[in-house]
Ligand binder design. Structure first.
Ligand SMILES: [Zn+2]
Length: 334
């Protein structure tokens, strides 16, 4: 009797399990269908291109072809906000953590060379209004969906600060306020044609510069000075020198196109293109920010559009051959 009861209960357990599994599968299928419908509704394309914009100084007296005035910088951010772009950091981009509302497009705002025009804080820790960060915070206040995040690729000229205390204050402020810090090497040397030792020493020194000032800062990315790749491109991604090891998830160049989605086969962490912020003039008629934002507007089918669900990678079924191999369980072709 005991044996029979046990057997019966096992049987009913198995049956219950099967029913449960069936119900779970049906519910997963329903969720999947709902996700597909939601993605199709906003024409989600998470295999599309993402503009990674490169800024240098934001100053009233532009010194070269890399600088923008505060008015120009503000106008570009206003344009991005009005065209449904939402900033994400370089770290979020390379790791595919793109959590923005349905129908919006990611943009990565990057700042090179850690100049005081990007961030200067007063004695109470408030950003000066005409610095890049001051302007970004102001635009974000006017457009609440426009996340005030950006990535700062820093070098030894640490926002014009010289004492370790003041330098730590600026890095700590960036970290506390959700900004991302990347390495741009310590001395901003051209790494083209340099030996492995010279390349890894420069990058490790940049990493040490940051972690010595603020141990809590996690560095996930590097921007190459002048966008020049070392002889072996992998040296920029992984290496160690003088007891400092670095392992990055992405290395950024200096030009000239929007970057591929991190979910496509085209994504290559050793050389991620960026776009210089500039109007359509001279060599910027086609390859800088105004021209590329016009181009992405003219070809929305090539631009990254989010489905609003960070757990799926949604795209029109037609684009399936371009999905990266590591996107498997969460792919949502529709
Ligand atoms: Zn630079």
């Amino acid at each position: 009797m005991v044996a029979l009861a046990a057997c019966q209960s096992n049987e009913s357990n198995t049956a219950a399990k099967a029913t449960h599994a069936k119900a779970a599968a049906a519910s997963a299928e329903l969720t999947r269908k709902a996700n597909m419908a939601a993605a199709a509704k906003v024409k989600a394309n998470e295999l599309g291109n993402i503009p990674v914009i490169m800024y240098h100084r934001v100053t009233d007296k532009p010194g070269g072809t890399d600088d923008r005035t505060p008015a120009q910088f503000r106008a570009e951010l206003e344009r991005l906000a009005s065209e449904n772009y939402v900033p994400i950091t370089a770290a979020e981009y390379v790791s595919g953590k793109i959590d923005i509302p349905a129908g919006t497009h990611p943009v990565v705002l990057t700042f090179d060379d850690s100049s005081p025009s990007q961030l200067t804080l007063d004695a109470m820790g408030t950003p000066q209004p005409n610095t890049a960060v001051g302007i970004l915070l102001d635009v974000s206040k006017k457009h609440p969906g426009f996340r005030p995040v950006a990535t700062f690729f820093v070098i030894r000229d640490m926002f014009g600060k010289f004492t370790p205390e003041e330098r730590a204050q600026v890095l700590g402020w960036l970290r506390d306020n959700g900004f991302d810090i990347g390495n741009h090497t310590r001395d901003h040397l051209n790494l083209l044609g340099k030996s492995e030792k010279e390349v890894t020493e420069q990058i490790a020194a940049g990493q040490k510069l940051i972690s010595d000032l603020d141990k809590k800062v996690q560095v996930h990315t590097l921007a190459l000075p002048y966008g020049n790749q070392p002889r072996d491109k992998q040296w920029a991604l992984h290496g160690s020198a003088n007891g400092v090891r670095y392992d990055y998830q992405g290395v950024f160049l200096a030009g000239y196109t929007p970057a591929p989605s991190p979910f496509t086969k085209e994504f290559n962490p050793v050389g991620i293109p960026r776009i210089r912020s500039m109007d359509k003039k001279g060599d910027c008629v086609k390859f800088c920010s105004t021209a590329w934002l016009d181009e992405l507007n003219a070809h929305p089918d090539e631009r990254y559009t989010s489905d609003g669900n960070p757990t799926t990678v949604a795209f029109p079924k037609f684009k399936t051959p371009f999905v990266a191999k590591n996107v498997t369980t969460n792919a949502l072709p529709y």
